[in-house]
Design a protein around this ligand. Structure first.
Ligand code: SF4
Ligand code: SF4
Length: 330
């Protein structure tokens, strides 16, 4: 990688609670200590916790994220026909004592109810406060952190994640490494995390559920044409199953970065608000993370040639999901 390049690495997993934030925080610190300009982005807008792993308890800047709209029924115009109730695919309209009310936590602002209303009794509030982007310009580990946080019930958390990532790119000035700690699963936040990134670091545990979710998230990285690497966390909980995961990775041209043991240093370090590599530098997990970081550094240093060898050959097709109004599914 030349000094003018930016490489965006997304730490992702199909399943939650597999140690993404621990790995993301540790890798950001090690890359920074190796001389790279690093920006960390917490893209888990529904449950951001990278700042807790890094021991950050104050923000330099908090930006409001406003977007979208919420419908409301005007009682002075409503004739109580119930057409809106039948048309809402999200179940956001409730009938309360003969009145129709739009639940602001559920409404997606899609306009369908207003199209079917015969007397134009539905209006909209615009630019609703949907969440926050929080910035710590200088963490104790000498790199900035951008964190996204969606408000309960607000849609489009993917858009918030995209804005947080864009801010991270601006702060990086297009140089160095961005470490993106993605949400679990394959939803819109994860899609936003992967879009435009260069490399995925997938984290799995040796369980059938985590393996199944690994395959799902890997489909997504293939859809975006992003090469993938793999870390198996808590490998010693089910060593027999690890070989099955490794065989899958080999067949799919996913580079195995390493195996991490179960280690109670991780929850203990979290209660201390310190990354495990600082709280327990001699622990088995710290040794494992250092080995993984060394392999990642080799990839970053040889980025162009490594990418050519690992970029997915076949792009996974996109299959759209159609959401049907309530009246269609009865
Ligand atoms: S139809 Fe759309 S705009 Fe109307 S209440 Fe449902 S989600 Fe909101
Ligand atoms: S469709 Fe319009 S008039 Fe009918 S219940 Fe809904 S808001 Fe009221």
């Amino acid at each position: 990688m030349s000094s003018s390049d930016l490489i965006e690495i997304v730490i992702a997993s199909g399943k939650g609670g597999v140690g993404k934030s621990t790995i993301a925080a540790s890798l950001a610190i090690i890359l920074r200590n190796s001389g790279y300009r690093v920006v960390a982005v917490d893209a888990d807008a529904e449950a951001p916790n990278l700042h807790l792993v890094l021991g950050i308890n104050r923000w330099d800047r908090i930006l409001e994220h406003r977007e979208g709209r919420i419908g409301f029924v005007r009682d002075d115009k409503c004739i109580y026909c119930g057409y809106c109730y039948d048309s809402c695919a999200f179940g956001a309209i409730e009938e309360k004592s003969g009145r129709y009310v739009i639940n602001p936590w559920i409404c997606e602002g899609c306009f369908t109810c207003s199209f079917v209303c015969p007397v134009k009794a539905i209006s909209f509030k615009y630019n609703v406060l949907a969440g926050y982007i929080k910035i710590a310009y200088s963490t104790p580990y000498k790199f900035p952190l951008v964190s996204s946080e969606i408000k309960p019930g607000r849609p489009n958390s993917g858009k918030l994640v995209t804005e947080a990532k864009n801010l991270g790119r601006t702060i990086s000035s297009g140089k160095g490494v961005i470490i993106v700690d993605a949400a679990a699963g394959i939803g819109c936040q994860v899609i936003a995390s992967l879009a435009g990134s260069h490399l995925a670091l997938l984290v799995a545990e040796p369980t059938p559920a985590s393996f199944s979710d690994l395959k799902r998230i890997h489909k997504l990285t293939k859809h975006f044409g992003i090469p993938s690497t793999l870390v198996v966390n808590k490998y010693d909980l089910n060593e027999k199953f690890v070989s099955e995961i490794i065989e899958y990775a080999r067949k799919e041209n996913i580079e195995l970065l390493g195996l991490l043991p179960y280690d109670d240093s991780v929850p203990k370090s979290m209660t201390m608000g310190k990354p495990v590599i600082y709280a327990y530098p001699n622990s088995d997990i710290t040794k494992g993370i250092m080995e993984i970081a060394n392999r990642l550094l080799t990839i970053v240093r040889n980025w162009k040639s490594w990418r050519l060898e690992h970029i997915p050959e076949k792009i996974e097709p996109f299959i759209p999901v159609i959401i049907k109004p309530r009246s269609w599914v009865r």
